[in-house]
Write a protein that binds this ligand. Sequence first.
Ligand code: ADP
Length: 404
Amino acid sequence: MGDIQLAPTNTWQETLTQLIESCCAELESNYFRVLRDTLFSRRTTLRPNMLRSIASNEVDALNKYFCEPNFSAVAHGSQLFQAGLSEQAALRLGHITRQFLLDHLEQGQVAPALAAIDAYQEAVIQGYIQSQEKKILKEQELIRSALQTAVSRYMVEIKEIEAMAQKATEANEFKTRFIARMGHELRTPLGAMMGLAEMLQEGIYGPLTPEQKDMTQRIVNKAVVLKNIFAELLDQSQIESGQLRLIEEEFPPQALVEVVYSNYLPLALQKGLAMRIKINANLPSSVIGDKVRIEQIVTNLVVNAIKYTESGSIVVRVYKANATHWSVEVKDTGIGIAKEHLGTIFEPFRQTDETAHRKHGGVGLGLAIVQQLVTAMKGTVEVKSKLGQGSVFTVNLPIQPMQE
Ligand code: ADP
């Protein structure tokens, strides 16, 4: 609040009235500023009913403080601002102090009234600060105990989750070991069965009738399907258990794709499908990677294309995609894949349609293995497909091993 000089004349009341009138604006704005600076930084708000009660109680409180020096303005301030303070409330306090001053002007008690307003303002602010501090401490205490409760609850939950994760890891490890052991146990007799059937086919145990030949061929065919399923299961369990080791060797990508093409051309022709291979002129003559696994990737895509195409054609295109990658694209005119399945077909054991699979066979591991191998090689695999129109699978692989 600014200094006010009192005029020592007998018209002092007049002079003071003018002086106070002119100072009132300053008083209000000072009060407002001090309160705002001190209090509003705490971002408080005042409810309308609290505002009304401040307005009605304030003059009484100020009078009381003026008449009874023992009256605790700090406590009053604390109570007054417990619910917070708005800018309107501060403005209101400015008006009230002004009225108080004018009232005491008439009674000739200007100096003590000014002193009282000053002290009162200070006390109210202190009271407010104290009440806020108490409130903050209380809130801190509440937050601390809530945090403590939450932390101890989370500790229990984390322990439970850790135990569950441990069980899941053990179960997964058991599954991987089980598949590996069973795969081995089943593949050995299966290999023997295939060998025996082939010996029968070759006529080692005497000539076969056409029906017997047909039967032994069917045995061999089914055994090959089983062998492939076991191989996929073993691959998947090996990849899952982190035992997959990729080797790096230099090879011509064109020759690799041509081998897959010639291996599966008879199967496509048998189904009445056309199959073409397109080698782009920009294809590098050699690349570095795991040749066997890359052949497996291309094979899986070509086998799927034949499996899921009833009529039309399959085109395998090989090209250099950019400075660092080469690509194999397998395009078919088959049954296609619905949009909602495009996101899941690369997950292990995922198949889009139960009935279609009973017809086509397979356990839903081919694409999962493709994706896991491609990812391990730091490549990518993409699919574009339209239901009923066909699909395009594109694998992008590094021309040379990528730097870490
Ligand atoms: P599956 O052993 O069932 O063939 P894959 O992992 O190879 O397993 O494929 C997963 C699923 O993706 C298949 O069951 C099939 O629904 C779909 N799919 C894969 N390739 C094609 C394709 N070329 N055309 C249509 N659907 C396909």
